[in-house]
Design a protein. Structure first.
Length: 338
């Protein structure tokens, strides 16, 4: 097995998943605004340090996606974050895209930018300790969209990014996110997710990306946020598994689902039910941002004296999602931590 395959498999190790701590500066500012904390470089560093030094987190967290600023920061004792994570057996990763921008000629649709200069950035990130990367494409469901043009453009960019990462020694997380926003039902989400994934894997094949060396980070197949009839946990798990069995080759080592705005508990319940139902050739794991961080962020509220409570909240969510990896998460786990 190649080094890149070994890393890809370690990212989806049994019982573990990935912490997405790669919020851009505007996004982390929104998070901090919600708890009344100023988004200074030191506050951002202290908050990430709190997460990364949580005791026993390595039992449930295989890797952490970092933002450019965070990759270059140090823990309170002066240890660079990548080295700190590595010393705990947690793989450091890096977000490399430059964000979703309006797609020319396609009102209401986006394309992710960041391919220019990516080869050089990958080389630098690898030298700083990163071992995997992430690129997110954003697909909106709406009246007459997504268009084939939007899907093809984003699939092409994802595949180019993946090829450049592999060339530079980083395992690419390929993230095509079909957004939950809107009144659409679960069947519409299914059809759009199926179209999206079909095009993504076609582009990866065209651009000679070995699927054994990537990790897929998709949305789950869910009802739109404004849909009057919300699918049950069992229905979401069944539809998601069916969609992915139809589109994701068995060569992919693992699927790390994004939470996409679901509540902490629902994202965990959906993942657990998928693993309980089973039937796929890949590891089914998580790569959550808000669904792992909302509780510790609130508990911390910018106060150093709250660090222990915040770490306890983070470890609880990590443990719950670790249990979801084997289909063993229950509501009782939430009650016991209350």
């Amino acid at each position: 097995m190649s080094e890149l395959e070994t890393i890809a498999n370690a990212m989806v190790a049994p019982g573990k998943g990935i912490l997405a701590a790669d919020e851009s500066s505007p996004t982390i500012k929104k998070r901090f605004d919600s708890i009344g904390v100023e988004s200074t470089e030191e506050n951002r560093r202290a908050y990430r340090d709190l997460l990364f030094t949580t005791g026993d987190a390595e039992k449930f967290i295989s890797g952490v996606i970092l933002f450019d600023e965070t990759l270059r920061q140090n823990s309170a004792d002066g240890t660079p974050f990548p080295k700190l994570l590595e010393s705990r057996g947690i793989l450091p990763g890096i977000k490399v895209d430059k964000g979703a921008k309006d797609l020319a000629g396609a009102p209401g649709e986006k394309v992710t930018e960041g391919l220019d200069g990516l080869r050089d950035r990958v080389a630098e990130y690898h030298s700083l300790g990163a071992r995997f990367a992430k690129w997110r494409a954003v697909i909106t469901i709406g009246d007459g969209i997504p268009s084939d043009y939007c899907l093809d453009t984003n699939a092409h960019a994802l595949a180019r990014y993946a090829a450049l990462c592999l060339e530079g020694g980083l395992v690419p997380i390929v993230e095509p996110e079909v957004l939950m926003d809107g009144p659409h039902d679960i069947e519409r989400c299914y059809s759009v997710t199926e179209r999206t994934l079909t095009r993504v894997f076609s582009a990866l094949n065209d651009q000679r990306v070995p699927l054994e060396q990537i990790v897929l980070k998709p949305n789950m197949v869910v009802s739109g946020t404004e849909c009057s009839s919300q699918a049950s946990v069992s229905e979401v798990a069944e539809a998601t598994l069916r969609c992915f069995r139809n589109t994701v080759p068995a060569a992919v080592p693992g699927i790390v689902f994004l939470s996409g705005g679901q509540s902490d508990e629902l994202a965990t319940a959906h993942l657990s039910e998928m693993n309980r139902q089973g039937g796929g050739p890949w590891e089914l794991s998580f790569s959550y941002g808000r669904a792992l961080q909302a509780a510790p962020l609130k508990a911390w509220s910018g106060k150093s004296e709250n660090a222990e409570a915040a770490q306890k909240a983070f470890l609880h969510r990590a443990r719950c999602n670790g249990a979801a990896r084997t289909g063993e998460y229950t509501d009782a786990m939430e009650a016991s931590a209350a």
